[in-house]
Structures are given as C-alpha cells and as structure tokens.
Design a protein around this ligand. Structure first.
Ligand code: ZN
Length: 495
C-alpha cells in the first residue's frame, strides 16, 4: 500500500500542506507574542495568502481521484496508510462539500458577527446581536446539511471537533452529570468556606513565577529543547512542527496559581503534541484525534496532577524557595486554596466543580438552535432559566449571561461539549493508569511523572488518529466516555 503511487502523491501533497500550515502557525504565534501594531495588516495578508495556498493544494479534483484509487486498492484500517487515507478523505470531503458562495457568506457574516457581539456585550444588550446570530445559526444549519447527518443536525457540527460524537450520547451523558454536579456544589462550597478566603494573598514576582513554572513543566516531561513558554493575554499552546511546541501564559503578581495552572494546562496540550509521531507530523497518523481528547491531556496535568495534595507536598520546598512567604502555610493549605469552589457567572473563571455546568448549558442551547427547537430571540430567557437550575444563580444581565463567549459570533457552534468530554476523559484515563500501575500514586508523590506520561504516550498520544475517540477511550480504559469516574473524582477531591 505504501508503495502505491496514488498514496505517495497524496502523502507528498498533504505534507506540503502541513509545511505551509505550520508556517502559517509560526506567523500566528508571532502575531500573538511579538508583532508590532503597524504590522497587523501585512501579517493578515501573509496568513490569508498561505491559507489560500493550502486550500488550493488540498481541494483539487486530483485529490479525489487519488483517494478513490487508494480506497479501491484497500488498506488495513489501523495501518499508517489506512489512517492517513481515512483522515485525508474526511478533510477533503469537508473542504469540498460546501458551495463557495456559502463559505464566502459565512466568512463575511462571522466578521460582522464578531463586531456586533463585541458592541452588544459592551452595553449588555442581546437584541443588538440577535439579527446576526439568527443569520449565523441559519448558515450553520446549511453547513450541517451539506456535510450530511442522519438523526440529528447538530451531530454534523460536533463531528468537526469530535469525530464520531453523537448528540444523543452526549446529551445522555450530560443529563447524568448535571444533576449530580448540582448536588455537589453546596457541600463543596461549605467545605471551602472552612478556610479563609484570600489566604495566600501576597506578592508573587513574575520572574519567580516563571522560574517555578519552568521547573514544574520540565518535571512533568515538557521538553524545552523542543518547545518554549512565552507571555500572552490569552494562554494557548500551538504545535509548529516536530520539535517545536509553543506554550503561552499570563502573569498576575497577586496570584500564585493563575500562571502555574495555565502552564500546566497548556503543557498538557504540549505533551500531547510532543508525543505525536514525528515522521507523520501534520498528517492524520501524526495529528491529534479530537478536541475532547486534547482537552483530557491538559485537564489531567492541570487538575489531577497539579491540583492534588500530593503535588503540593512534593513541590512545597521548591515553591517556598521561589516564594519565601509560603513558609507560613502548610502544603495542604496551599492545595486547598487552589481548589476553592464558588459558582460564578463567567465560564472561563469557573472552578473545577461548576465548570461542566456552564458547558452543559451551552451544549443544550446550541443543539436547540441548530435543530430548530430554540429560536434565537428566546436565547436569553432560556439561558437564564437553565443557569438557575444548573448553578443556582440568577443571571443579572446578558453580558454575564448569553453574551459572554465569543464562539457563537464566530459561527463556532458544536465544540463546547469537548471541554467537558476532556474532563470526563481525564478522570477515566487516570483511573485506568492507576489500575495498570498500582505504584503510581507513590511515584506521583515523589514527583516522578514518567510512568504516567509513558502510559499516556502509548495509549493516547502516539496513536494520532488511528482510533476515533470512543474507540480510543474504550481500548485505553475498557469503557467509552462516561460520567462515573469523573463524579467519583470530584467527590473524592471536593467533599
Ligand atoms: Zn485546553
């Protein structure tokens, strides 16, 4: 199969696209980290030129012919060739199924959408965003119809981010999770209230935070010979090629935790990136499988490792070295301060217990909008009512309610659920690796993370897109994604 001329042509073509995409990625990283303001226009032209090139390279009629030849020849589903051909087919179909006029209208509407959303949010008035959101929802419905779906239109949009995800399954999962989490919030808050708020208020110099973050990131296995950490307003991780993974974080000198947990989160994404097969980098066999699996890696290192008592027991001397004021506290006081539970209106500020409630709300509303069960004009009312049920709070205004996220204004409907899938997957993976390595907790307590990382490399990262996410989880943990293990983890940690 690998000697088939059409496979070789496809591989060469998509490798060229991967080179161009990663070049665009370098420009995007540079734009976020160090671009002079006057260079913005030229940078936008550079990047749009590159994406135009990639689009032409990956949508030509010949690609369809080569794919057809490979598919007729047949290939083993889990071979590198099989995985690549299947992934390219998916990408090719997605890129060629939409009529050019729809793509153009979508792009124009999202530009208008982001502007209208920003203005509407400033004055906290949903009605100013409503007309463009109505249009965006209609265009997303059209997109879904072009991609194709069987039982639920929303599935076609979720599939972009989470291959194989079905809203019936996710909906069932979330209906189990939501009420259980709602029941946890009160007791977890009571427990948090036993400790004084702002216990760790103090001054944490940026240079000391950077030094500590770097020690921790290196210890969990992030390879600084193949990556780096920079500073941006919005933290992210971007893989720019084999041997080049960039993380960013932000610093607040009054907060010990923000940059550290930001780095652990992004380093989790970065470890996935560094664990992909280098020789297939940028091709389906060497690319991440889904957002829900990606997020499982970041949540695992951020919450299960960084948020544990064992973490602070081990890192206490180094933390005190960098921040001498911490000697006033015990490791378990620091760990408890890091996991305070307090329901709030804003998703991105939510704690670990309440976070998924924010996601469940968005998933339900998006599904309703795309399936036609919810009218855009009814969004604020539906949002506020469901928010009250899930989090027990009365939303005071649209800015702190349905206008808080940028996603809908960009036409990005379909991926909120992957954040919660990430949380569920992380708990489930931790359960499985503990079962496979009974001594794991002892190792983690002494700051040894290589067994855990090695297991994740073998069972998740090195697979690329070999298995779709449900099958990946089934083989790694014995079950497809479910809520049981995450609920057990939350109860253990917060009650
Ligand atoms: Zn993430």
């Amino acid at each position: 199969m690998s000697s088939s001329p059409s496979y070789q042509k496809l591989r060469a073509r998509f490798r060229e696209a991967a080179l161009l995409r990663s070049t665009e990625g370098v420009l995007g990283w540079d734009q976020e980290t160090g671009l002079p303001p006057k260079a913005v226009g030229w940078r936008a032209e550079q990047m749009s030129h590159l994406s135009g090139l990639v689009h032409r390279l990956t949508t030509g009629r010949e690609i369809g012919e080569w794919l057809g030849e490979c598919e007729v020849a047949g290939f083993a589903g889990e071979s590198t060739e099989g995985v690549n051909v299947r992934g390219w087919r998916r990408e090719y179909d997605r890129a060629t199924k939409l009529p050019a006029a729809l793509v153009e209208e979508f792009s124009l509407t999202t530009s208008a959408g982001m502007h209208a959303w920003a203005e509407a949010r400033k004055v906290s008035d949903f009605s100013a965003f409503r007309p463009v959101l109505e249009k965006l929802v209609r265009l997303c419905q059209e997109k879904a119809d072009h991609y194709g779906w069987t039982t639920c239109r929303y599935d076609a949009l979720m599939d972009i981010y989470e291959p194989g995800a079905r809203s019936a399954d996710i909906g069932a999962l979330f209906s189990e999770l939501g009420p259980e989490v709602a029941g946890l919030i009160g007791p977890a808050m009571e427990k948090a209230a036993a400790q004084p708020e702002n216990l760790l208020a103090g001054h944490y110099p940026v240079a000391a935070q950077q030094a500590f973050n770097r020690e921790v990131a290196a210890a969990v296995g992030f390879d600084f010979e193949a990556g780096r950490i920079d500073t941006t307003t919005h933290p992210f991780c971007t893989g720019l090629g084999p041997g080049d993974t960039r993380l960013t974080t932000r610093y607040d000198e009054s907060d010990l935790f923000g940059s550290l947990y930001g780095v652990l989160h992004e380093a989790g994404h970065g470890l996935y990136d560094q664990g992909l097969r280098a020789e297939e980098w940028g091709l389906p066999a060497g690319d991440a499988v889904s957002l829900g699996i990606h997020e499982s890696q970041s949540r695992l290192w951020e919450n299960h490792i960084g948020g544990s008592d064992a973490f602070w027991e081990h890192w206490y001397p180094r933390a005190c070295h960098h921040f001498p004021g911490l000697t006033k506290f015990t490791p378990s006081q620091i760990a408890a301060a890091a996991r305070r539970v307090s329901p709030s209106f804003i998703r991105v500020e939510a704690d670990e217990v309440t976070y998924d409630q924010h996601i469940i709300l968005r998933f339900e509303l998006e599904r309703g909008l795309i399936n036609g069960d919810l009218a855009v004009k009814d969004v604020p009312e539906a949002w506020n009512a469901r928010f009250k049920e899930l989090l027990g709070l009365t939303v005071p205004d649209d800015a702190r309610g349905c206008l808080q996220d940028i996603h809908w204004s960009m036409g990005s409907l379909g991926y909120f659920s992957t954040y919660t899938l990430g949380n569920l997957n992380a708990s489930q993976l931790m359960k499985a690796v503990r079962a496979a390595h009974p001594g794991l907790d002892g190792e983690l307590a002494s700051g040894k993370y290589s067994t855990l990382l090695g297991w994740l490399r073998k069972n998740v990262q090195e697979l690329g897109q070999t298995l779709d996410p449900p099958e990946l989880m089934r083989r790694a943990t014995g079950e497809t994604t479910n809520a049981k293990h995450h609920l057990e983890y939350l109860r253990g940690k917060f009650l």
